[in-house]
Structures are given as structure tokens and as C-alpha cells.
Write a protein that binds this ligand. Structure first.
Ligand code: SF4
Length: 337
């Protein structure tokens, strides 16, 4: 198995049979070796600087009805919330006071925000925090909206492909969503010039090893600049609420594989990893991730967050203390930015 890791590191890819072996026979020795190699690649490419991204959940409304998601349209128990521009700017300012100037503005696929409104938000945030970086994750929008927001300072856009396999996609997404459209949108975003992020959930129902393989090969062939992976966590009041969570160790294992496949990519360690692994984000960093997403712990906006409901399935995640996260990164001998 170490040979497969060496080959992956040297060539950035493996044959399907080799990948299947690497995924199927995951063991402690191979995992340690893979993580060591993934971290050495990160050290070489990223100089071991871990970026911290502050997440601003601007809306919990969504027009879609994805089977795995607590924000799905038909979930009448989900508490819905939209932040206004002032509150979004307040959040970003608060992050900046904590030394964080990378912002991930995230929402469900909410029809409420017009192109102009998002422009206004981008202008307001960039005016309030000079030199900040902004990644948007607002769902599927029009090409003209993507163009406009890119010109107005959004550097990146996240749009998870979910599953690269048509049959599997149809089992987990509603019939009014299309894998083809999603892929087209990803290419559109790339053509415009965005750093484009995509990803999928490990352990989502109906997923087999062949699906995982197809997904990581899609991410590679697309040439994702940002990798946004997670472990499936059953959300309450969804068709998948009775399913088992995805395996956190498998998720970080795949992050390490992706580091070797796409050395330059930004690999996110997202808070939901903490639902399936103790210190999940830090384990992702040990597996080669170079960006940690944090959620604010700020008294002035805490009420807004409680409306937004920081829950994922049965789990309730505590809000982050940025200093604590920085301390954890430094304890691993890495720098944070
Ligand atoms: S996964 Fe995204 S698009 Fe689907 S319901 Fe959830 S927020 Fe909406």
C-alpha cells in the first residue's frame, strides 16, 4: 500500500484498481504514511501556513429539497433566517477584530438575494474590511450574476457537485436538480476566473467505493482550486434522518488523497467534521488540509446564530473561540493566517 501512496504522490493519480485497493484496505500504517506525505506536500506548497476562514451564514432559506439537508425547502421545522447587509458587515468586522480577513459567505439557494443585493453586500464588506478575501457559496445562480460578483471582488465560489455519478445523484438530490447543470455551472465559474470549490459528502446513503472513486476523479479532472468535503451527518426532519453518519476517518483519509492529487488546492477543514470526529478539523489539518473554517462566538450576534440553528442532525456544535483554534494550529507546529 505504501507503494500506491508513493505513486500517487509522484504522478498525482492512480489506476482505478489501485485506488480501489487504497480505499478498501485502509489501515493505520497506510493512513499514517499517507498523512505524512500529504503534510510534506502541504509544507512544500503552502509553507505550512493554515488559513482561517470566518463563515458568515447569511441565509438558511433554500429553494431546493435535497434529501440530506436540514435546510431543505420542505423541512417545516427548520428555523429560517436571513441576515441583512449590516449584520453581515458586523460579522466580518468582528472576524477582522480577531485577525481574520478571509470570509466565506454562505447560504441555501435563496431566491431572495438579487444580483444587486449581493453586489451591495460585497461592496459593504470590502469597504469595511480592507484587503479581505471573499468566497461565496450561494448556490446555483445565473452566469451574469457570477460575472458581476467576480468583477465586484468575490475571489472564489463554492458549489459542491454532490455526486459525479448520475444514478447516485438522482438518489440523493431532488428531481428538479441536474448533475449536468451543476457541472456546467462549475465550468462557467472557472471560465470567469473564480477559484472554484467543489466536493461531496463521505458516507452519504447509496454511496459505494466506485462512487467515491468517480467523485475524486471528477475533482481531479475539473482541477478544483478549493476542495470542500464533509462527512454525511443525518439531519433531523429529512428523508435520511435515520441513516448512519459518514466515517470521519475515511473523510480525512480522502482529504489526504486529494492533497496528493491536487497539491496546490485549498483544502477546507469544515466545522461539521467535528460532528463525526473529536477535533475533526484539526485531524483534517493533520491529513493535509490548509484552511480551517470557523464560526463566530460573538455576543452581539449570538441571537442571530441561535435563530439560524447551529445544529447538524443530532449534534450541536459549540461556537468557536478564534484564539483557541489558532492555539490548536500552533500546537501542531504550524502557522495560522
Ligand atoms: S444542500 Fe444546498 S441546495 Fe440542497 S437543500 Fe441544502 S442548502 Fe439547499
Amino acid at each position: 500500500m505504501d507503494e500506491l501512496v508513493n505513486k500517487l504522490m509522484a504522478t498525482g493519480n492512480l489506476e482505478s484498481g489501485e485506488f480501489t485497493e487504497l480505499l478498501k484496505f485502509r489501515n493505520i500504517e497506510t493512513t499514517e504514511y499517507l498523512y505524512e506525505k500529504a503534510c510534506s506536500v502541504r509544507q512544500k506548497v503552502k509553507k505550512d501556513i493554515i488559513k482561517i476562514w470566518g463563515r458568515v451564514p447569511i441565509s438558511s432559506y433554500c429553494k431546493y429539497d435535497c434529501k440530506m439537508c436540514g435546510l431543505r425547502r420542505d423541512n417545516q421545522f427548520a428555523k429560517r433566517f436571513r441576515m441583512d447587509t449590516m449584520l453581515i458587515v458586523d460579522c466580518c468586522r468582528e472576524y477582522a477584530r480577531n485577525g481574520i480577513t478571509n470570509f466565506l459567505l454562505e447560504s441555501g439557494d435563496d431566491l431572495y438575494y438579487t444580483e444587486q443585493q449581493v453586489d451591495g453586500i460585497l461592496n459593504a464588506v470590502r469597504g469595511a474590511v480592507k484587503g479581505c478575501s471573499i468566497i461565496l457559496a450561494l448556490g446555483e445562480k445565473t452566469e451574469s450574476a457570477y460575472q458581476r460578483w467576480y468583477q465586484n471582488g468575490a475571489a472564489g465560489y463554492l458549489l459542491r457537485h454532490g455526486s459525479a455519478n448520475e444514478q447516485h445523484f438522482r438518489k440523493i438530490y431532488p428531481s428538479n436538480m441536474s448533475l449536468l447543470l451543476r457541472k456546467q455551472q462549475l465550468w462557467q465559474l472557472k471560465k470567469i476566473g473564480y477559484q472554484v470549490g467543489t466536493g461531496f459528502l463521505i458516507g452519504i446513503p447509496y454511496q459505494g467505493i466506485s462512487n467515491v472513486l468517480e467523485d475524486i476523479q471528477f475533482i481531479k479532472s475539473f482541477g478544483a482550486s478549493i476542495i470542500d468535503m464533509g462527512a454525511f451527518v443525518p439531519a433531523r426532519h429529512t428523508p435520511f434522518e435515520g441513516e448512519r453518519s459518514g466515517n470521519g476517518d475515511m473523510t480525512t483519509y480522502i482529504l489526504a488523497i486529494l492533497r496528493l492529487m491536487l497539491p496546490d488546492a485549498v483544502i477546507f477543514a469544515s466545522p461539521t467534521l467535528d460532528c463525526v470526529l473529536g477535533q475533526g478539523r484539526m485531524q483534517a489539518v493533520q491529513a493535509g488540509a490548509d484552511a480551517v473554517i470557523v464560526d463566530l462566538d460573538v455576543k452581539t450576534i449570538i441571537e442571530s446564530y441561535s435563530v439560524y440553528e447551529r445544529k447538524n442532525g443530532r449534534f450541536i456544535l459549540p461556537l468557536d473561540q478564534v484564539d483557541e483554534v489558532r492555539g490548536q494550529i500552533m500546537a501542531m507546529g504550524l502557522d495560522s493566517d
